[in-house]
Design a binder for this molecule. Structure first.
Ligand code: ARG
Length: 269
């Protein structure tokens, strides 16, 4: 373990939850009759943004669109590597109009957006991890999209099969700690995919179901600070043991839509 883990400043794209709500159910966390405290959701999200800025990260925002309650989950909008943008094609019809809203932001910011031919939900299922892109499939993003991603970026893209509907996006079951290592919940993956992760990351931090159900794996790390759900207490202890600095941020209202910290955060690399 290094004496001191070094953070790297990041640039994040986010979307204020002005129109956030739970109005349809497209994952097991969502209930159409859910009572959502939209003011609380807003103040929790604002805290996340303040905490990012306090830690030296640059945060940009895209204008939210009325009628798109899930648009707060900016991570699903694209994968951006070295200034190249691979856009999204949403699985659920309810979310498809978000594609255009995000594309408009990227274009105004000076980026070309490459549109996927197959269903692909951005960083929700595509996690850059050192020399690889880890790519989830099973519920949303397709294997065909993984091939498109590999072809577009020229980065080895490792397909991982998700098997538990509560962990329908890769970023609900796994996150990168830094360029060398990851944390994940093994049971969210098929046996073969679990073995792939063991081979690639023999020192990976293994999380419990409890921590995963608390959205602990939907965390964001800058290499030193890990912005993590406070409910993921076991994971927080493990991170501390390994020399990371957990920074708890509570997004409990957003959990009702099946999203947490990482889902609200699109990294622009
Ligand atoms: N309600 C949203 C959906 O089901 C939540 C998206 C969460 N985003 C993520 N990156 N996991 O699509």
């Amino acid at each position: 373990m290094p004496d001191e883990r070094v953070p790297r400043p990041r640039r994040y794209l986010t979307c204020p939850p002005r129109y956030f709500d739970v109005r349809y159910a497209i994952n097991p966390w969502m209930r159409e009759d859910a009572e959502v405290d939209t003011d609380l959701a807003r103040s929790q999200w604002e805290t996340l943004i303040r905490v990012y800025r306090d830690h030296g990260h640059q945060v940009e925002t895209v204008e939210p669109v009325a009628g798109l309650p899930d648009m707060v989950f900016a991570a699903n909008s694209a994968l951006v590597l070295e200034g190249r943008v691979f856009g999204s094609r949403f699985h659920a019809p309810q979310r498809r109009p978000e594609q255009l809203a995000y594309e408009t932001w990227f274009k105004a910011a000076g980026y070309d957006v490459h549109p996927p031919e197959s269903v692909c939900e951005g960083e929700g299922d595509l996690v850059p991890a050192g020399r690889f892109i880890l790519a989830g499939t099973g519920f949303r993003t397709t294997r065909t999209a993984h091939q498109e991603v590999q072809e577009f970026f020229g980065v080895p893209t490792i397909s991982l099969l998700l098997v538990d509907p509560y962990f329908y996006h890769l970023d609900t079951a796994l996150f990168t700690l830094d360029d060398e290592n990851i944390a994940y919940y093994p049971e969210a993956f098929s046996p073969g995919s679990r073995e792939v992760l063991e081979r690639l990351y023999p020192d990976g931090l293994l999380a419990t179901r409890e921590d995963a159900m608390a959205f602990g794996l939907n965390s964001v790390s800058d290499g030193r600070h890990v912005f993590v759900a406070p409910q993921a207490t076991g994971l927080i202890d493990r991170l501390t043991e390994r020399g990371y600095v957990p920074v708890p941020v509570d997004l409990s209202e957003l959990h009702k839509a099946g999203g947490g910290i990482k889902c609200c955060t699109q990294e622009i690399r």
